[in-house]
Design a protein around this ligand. Structure first.
Ligand SMILES: [Zn+2]
Length: 447
């Protein structure tokens, strides 16, 4: 029997949830133009009293792009340190949050006291869906309190009543050891750090003489946990069965999606605060939520004071796994298939680096580690006409001819399956980084 963080909204038929949200969006919009110079500008042509009765009515409003937020921030002043998108007086903003800044200058967001509550409740809802309970001892590994995955994630764990062990910021070896000493039962980790942990966990047990209490792994910060080989490796290495993927967006709410006990796609868990759309990324047309559908996710916050967003293009591409679930939750279940920011164009054809990784990891399971890194020559490079440089790790020690043969095999598979030419370098096991926060699958060769 499943239990829920918010039984009413999590089990309400999805069309009713959308109507419930639409009422709140409609009530929020007129005031937003008064509060935010960004939306006074973006919504200048929107009629007063626009009727919003469902998600489809949002199509009358323009999208908000990341670039809109960047431009809005350039207008920062002493009264508006967050720029034109600051929709609450500075005196009411109790916290500033920074984007990770992995793709350019960081963006800053604000939280009022009410926003802090909204974040904590929404994030707690995701952790609860992903199986965290009061009584859990949770290792939180993000080392930067100011990023969206820092304090707001920590608040979510404490909101549930779990024991927060904020180990982020310590050296990796200490994190692993302390997790044994503190009898940690759950950990929130990037996919690649979870893999590192799986490789080191037994050794840490021998060093400390303390048995494993770890039962639950939550993945977040980078996609990849949907990859079966990776799941198998982490589950086997840590001797547990509970592995759940989560996802959010710092610009909106840092955790909004989480897997339930079905472990097959992430439910939307921020329905109390955020309205969702699925769109065709090329045409901008809204798409229906239906099983098997794919599109870009668009978010509208209707309970965000300091830095709200309306029809915000997430650049996350998702596949809808299902619209029903044995757990009783009614929100869509999705899998993230890639980010527009990572998308590359090989000879005029779009390709997600994650598609290359998932193919290689799946077909070469046991021969290469479930990690992959792709190189580009500058941050701006999107187009490739020559083979794309890719690094993988061999699972076993190989001599030079064996490495070369494996590289050729991988190149041939990717060419045959994805029509993309890659140039593979095979590294020793452990040759790729396993960070605790946002590991990019795409790296840039600095000149
Ligand atoms: Zn479910």
């Amino acid at each position: 029997m499943a239990d829920y963080w918010n039984p009413e909204l999590e089990t309400m038929p999805w069309p009713e949830v959308e109507r419930w949200q639409a009422e709140r969006v409609a009530a929020m919009l007129p005031a937003l133009r008064q509060r935010s110079r960004l939306y006074a500008r973006l919504h200048a042509g929107v009629p007063d009293g626009l009727a919003v009765r469902g998600a489809s009515d949002l199509a009358a409003l323009p999208f908000t792009l990341k670039d809109d937020l960047r431009v809005a921030q350039l207008a920062a002043s002493e009264a508006e340190p967050l720029g034109e998108n600051q929709a609450a007086p500075r005196v009411d903003v109790v916290q500033a949050i920074s984007s990770s800044g992995t793709t350019g200058r960081p963006l800053y967001y604000g939280l009022t006291a009410r926003d802090v509550e909204v974040f904590a409740d929404a994030v707690a809802n995701v952790w609860f869906t992903a199986g965290i309970r009061k009584g859990d001892v949770v290792a939180h590994l993000v080392g930067l309190p100011m990023v969206a995955g820092g304090l707001p994630y920590a608040d979510g764990f404490r909101r549930i009543g779990a024991t927060l062990c904020w180990l982020g910021g310590f050296p990796t070896e200490r994190i692993v050891r302390e997790m044994r000493h503190l009898r940690v039962t759950a950990v929130l980790a990037t996919t690649s750090f979870a893999l590192h942990l799986a490789e080191r966990w037994d050794e840490a047990g021998r060093e400390t003489g303390i048995g494993s209490c770890l039962r639950k792994v939550l993945g977040g910060g980078e996609p990849g946990l949907a990859q079966p080989e990776l799941r198998r490796r982490i589950v086997a290495g840590l001797g547990l069965t509970h592995l759940r993927e989560t996802m959010g967006l710092g610009d909106v709410i840092p955790s909004m999606w989480g897997e339930c006990e079905q472990e097959d796609g992430m439910h939307f868990n921020a329905q109390r605060y955020v309205m969702l759309e699925l769109i065709d990324p090329d045409s901008g047309q809204a798409l229906p939520w239906r099983e098997g559908g794919t599109g870009e996710i668009v978010y509208t916050t209707f309970a965000r004071d300091a830095t709200p967003v309306v029809r915000y293009r997430s650049r996350d591409h998702a596949e809808v796994v299902a619209m029903r679930c044995a757990c009783g939750r009614t929100s869509p279940r999705i899998r993230c298939i890639g980010r527009t920011d990572d998308m590359l164009i090989y000879k005029g054809m779009n390709v997600f680096p994650t598609a290359i990784r998932d193919l290689v990891v799946d077909r070469f399971a046991g021969r290469v580690e479930p990690l992959l890194r792709l190189w580009k020559s500058s941050r701006e490079q999107v187009r490739f006409d020559d083979a794309i440089a890719v690094e993988v790790e061999a699972s076993a020690a190989l001599d030079e001819p064996q490495r070369a043969a494996l590289a050729r095999e991988i190149e041939a598979l990717v060419r045959a399956q994805l029509q993309v030419r890659i140039a593979v370098t095979v590294l020793d096991r452990g040759g790729l980084p396993r960070g605790v926060y946002k590991n990019a699958i795409v790296a840039v060769r600095e000149p």
